[in-house]
Design a protein around this ligand. Structure first.
Ligand code: VGL
Ligand code: ZN
Length: 208
């Protein structure tokens, strides 16, 4: 059984948001067009408390995009984004949420960031996503969302480690940095990642 994972398609990661991915809105019609072809659709939602330690604003004298050590882990400092219950944390109003059966929130612990939809960055706590998918007999996951080189990348890494057949839908993702994303795709392919375009997928997966 196949699941579509929609990673962090939230206002703050879209043009006009506080941590926008340039051109990120191009993925919205792609995701909406393919989401009825899967047995299950799940979304993740970056969901930070206002005092989250990944925000530069919570570290006196530190700048956005600086890297610090946070409890033994390298942490990039981001602009405030996806603050719980803010408009920026909401899913894009242009994303069709009807097929989405479950939403997994992450980044809720102020002391640790969580790029992957499966685990926090220290692999200390699970979100429950892997067990949820297994409970629904899912063996293959297809990834879309934002940002390709951060949260989609780390979700793919964990999906492979969890033993799911893992595919990234290239035009269903948009990274902050295209060349970094291409390097990361090469690395993921060496771990077993598959890559398809939405057009290729439409030829193999019938619309329901
Ligand atoms: C993300 C940076 C910080 C993402 C989340 O969804 O890619 N990036 N928090
Ligand atoms: Zn975040």
């Amino acid at each position: 059984m196949k699941a579509l994972l929609i990673i962090d398609v939230q206002n703050d990661f879209l043009p006009g948001g506080s941590l926008a991915v340039a051109g990120g809105d191009a993925i919205l019609p792609v995701i909406n067009r393919i989401s009825d072809r899967f047995d299950l659709v799940v979304a993740s939602q970056d969901w930070h408390p206002p005092g989250h330690k990944s925000f530069a604003s919570n570290h006196a004298g530190r700048q956005v995009f600086e890297e610090i050590d946070l409890h033994g882990l390298a942490q990039t400092l981001w602009p405030d984004h996806c603050v719980q219950a803010s408009q920026g944390a909401e899913f894009s109003p242009q994303l069709d949420m009807c097929p989405v059966e479950a939403i997994f929130r992450k980044g809720t612990d102020r002391e640790i960031d969580s790029y992957s939809a499966f685990h926090d960055n220290g692999h200390r706590k699970s979100t429950g996503l892997a067990d949820y998918l297994r409970g629904k007999d899912i063996d293959s996951v297809y990834l879309t969302g934002l940002a390709g080189d951060i949260c989609v990348y780390f979700t793919a890494l964990d999906a492979l480690a969890e033993g799911f057949s893992t595919t990234i839908i290239t035009d269903g993702c948009k990274p902050f940095d295209e060349s970094d994303f291409n390097h990361k795709l090469t690395e993921l392919k060496s771990r077993g990642l598959k890559v398809v375009t939405s057009a290729e997928l439409e030829q193999t997966l019938p619309s329901t």
